[in-house]
Design a protein around this ligand. Structure first.
Ligand code: FES
Ligand code: FES
Length: 157
């Protein structure tokens, strides 16, 4: 089937098999390999992207389901050389080690503070429950998200 998906602001059309997962489509057809695959059981969140602004695990969505929709991947967050505030916060607070979970973690975090601009630490931890990190112990990730939320609140005032 033919799918037409707006990926990071660019309209793309590809012929895909009906069973093609969105994550496969992004990596194999669009060449956007920043979205990682860490499991095949919907457990790890490494493949998290935004679908019409909402975070989804792209290994649980078919490319066909994204037909006609907008997808944002980690490659679409920065504005040219300027990192997205959430990326900057992860850098500032050392919210990563090996970096494998990071694209998914950042995308989930962007969506989290969109939905809840002033989260508590517990809300951040609950919001990122679906994203696993085997390295950091989560502490600095949570700090990064709280810091990004604080920065965003400050900018809004
Ligand atoms: S690769 Fe999608 S949740 Fe693990
Ligand atoms: S930084 Fe290594 S899995 Fe999260």
């Amino acid at each position: 089937m033919q799918v037409s998906i707006n990926v990071n602001g660019e309209q793309r059309s590809h012929e895909v098999e009906d069973r093609t997962l969105l994550v496969q489509y992004l990596r194999d057809d669009c060449g956007l390999t920043g979205t990682n695959i860490g499991c095949d059981t919907t457990s790890c969140g490494a493949c998290t992207v935004l679908l019409d602004g909402e975070s989804v695990k792209s290994c649980t969505v078919l490319a066909a389901q994204a037909d006609g929709h907008q997808v944002t991947t980690i490659e679409g967050l920065a504005d040219g050389d300027e990192l997205h505030p959430m990326q900057r916060a992860f850098q500032r607070k050392h919210g990563l080690q090996c970096g494998f979970c990071t694209p998914g973690m950042v995308m989930a975090s962007v969506s989290l503070i969109e939905e809840n601009p002033n989260p508590t630490e517990a809300e951040v931890r609950a919001g990122l429950e679906g994203n696993l990190c085997r390295c950091t112990g989560y502490h600095n990730i949570v700090e990064a998200v709280l810091s990004a939320a604080e920065e965003k609140q400050g900018a809004a005032e």
